[in-house]
Design a protein around this ligand. Sequence first.
Ligand code: SF4
Length: 72
Amino acid sequence: MSGPGAGTPRIRADREVCIGAGLCVMTAEDVFDQDDDGLVVLLEPDPPPAARERVRQAVRNCPSGALSLVEE
Ligand code: SF4
């Protein structure tokens, strides 16, 4: 039995949707990066608990909706 937020969510980043705004990198640079085209690169699909809050913030702030969390 596990309630919401009990596990560490995995991140999904859709590079087809990303517009390269870079907000996620500014919010959690240990988890997200951008390639030469400015598109998001996921450095850490399973973020450590310490990064969880910043990851949630990055997902909320992404202007294109390219980022999502998969609760397991
Ligand atoms: S915040 Fe969203 S649109 Fe901007 S680089 Fe990150 S994934 Fe792409």
